[in-house]
Design a protein around this ligand. Structure first.
Ligand SMILES: *Cc1c(COP(=O)(O)O)cnc(C)c1O
Length: 350
């Protein structure tokens, strides 16, 4: 099958860009008297600009993920990588993107900001991946396709073969958002980048790695894609404080915490299933449960009154009647379940 190469998908102005060259690009030695970047000479730990290429952090992540450093882009959260996808590949007011729905809200917002039409394709039965509908929604101006797997807010992982099939048939860039992959007990698609250079895998330190406050997202992609993303990003997009703290926190293992969340997920799901006002608990490969109840607004407000905040998704097409409940600590989950038991008793009386 004929396949477009990256150069023919990227916008012409971006391919031709001569990127900003930082002081740190022009002199790379580590020792010396640095009078080249108009920094303050008074050391306080943060007076110097950070490494614009994040070499040390990429080396650590390269080892952890089994991916070459040249295939890693680091962004100020995955949201930066999502925005960059539009800026790299979509001509405003001309190109379009395709995404599944319901899914992560940022794809549509980033498309709108970049003046790119977003074509949303509703998931099928039981939130299955509508492979043929996604492909038929594409035309010669479709440059991006977004698949979130495990998907937010539905929680399910899509079959690897179906995603690879999409990558093979689609002529633009396929963005696979794996924000929740650590909870899925499934293999990431990063291994497929070598054979499918139009796949961009997004991962994040915001969920399983417990660093949402530090804002660190990864795009794992073909070397040329990473190179272009790096030319378009703000030169110092990851700040020195984040670099230092992330490097330190990455040395603390997360396996036990991920395992606890996965165990809690099935226990909470089972308890919710047995409640009379719960219609359905959708299977989850993520750190949250999508739960369909008889009256989503009433349950949501009941939980709020008890100081428990969940995400009300009832006004999202395809999620009518649904709440998205993040799995917390065992104590937090118990509080949430207790509150729902009280709701059950209350609603049984009237
Ligand atoms: C939470 C989440 C992210 C993470 O975004 P960051 O900007 O890295 O915090 C990405 N994608 C999806 C689908 C998410 O739910």
């Amino acid at each position: 099958m004929k396949k477009k190469n990256i150069e023919s998908i990227v916008r012409a102005n971006i391919a031709a860009l001569s990127p900003y060259s930082t002081a740190r690009d022009e002199y790379q030695g580590e020792l010396g008297v640095f009078l080249d970047a108009n920094e303050s000479p008074y050391e306080n730990g943060y007076n110097r600009y950070p490494d614009p290429h994040q070499k040390r952090l990429k080396a650590i992540l390269s080892e952890k993920k089994g991916v070459n450093a040249e295939n890693i882009f680091l962004g100020n959260g995955s949201d930066e990588a999502i925005d960059l996808m539009f800026r790299l590949f979509c001509e405003p007011a001309e190109d379009n993107a395709v995404a599944i729905a319901p899914s992560y809200g940022m794809y549509k917002v980033a498309a709108a900001i970049n003046n790119v039409q977003m074509r949303e394709i509703q998931l099928g039965e039981e939130f299955s991946l509508p492979v043929e509908e996604l492909l038929s929604a594409c035309d010669e101006h479709t440059k991006l396709m977004f698949i979130c797997s495990p998907n937010n807010p539905t929680g399910n992982l899509f079959p690897r073969e179906s995603i690879l099939h999409l990558a093979e048939e689609f002529e633009g860039m396929l963005v696979v958002d794996e924000a929740y992959i650590d909870f899925a007990g499934a293999e990431s698609l990063v291994g497929a980048i070598a054979t499918h250079p139009n796949i961009v895998v997004l991962q994040t330190l915001s969920k399983a790695w417990a660093m949402a406050g530090l804002r660190l997202g990864l795009a794992l992609a073909d070397k040329r894609v990473v190179e272009i993303m790096s030319q378009v990003k703000y030169p110092y997009n990851i700040n020195q404080a984040a670099l230092q703290i992330v490097e330190k926190l990455l040395s603390e293992p997360i396996d036990d915490k991920v395992a606890e969340i996965v165990t809690e997920r099935s226990e909470v799901a089972e308890k919710l299933c047995n409640m009379s006002f719960v219609d359905k608990v959708y299977p989850s490969d993520a750190n949250f449960l999508l739960v369909r109840v008889d009256d989503a607004d009433a349950v949501y407000n009941h939980l709020i009154a008890d100081g428990i905040i969940v995400r009300n998704r009832t006004r999202v097409q395809g999620c009518e009647g649904c709440l998205r409940i993040t799995i917390g600590t065992p104590e937090e989950n118990l509080k949430m379940l207790k509150s729902l038991e009280a709701y059950e008793e209350k609603s049984a009386v009237c």
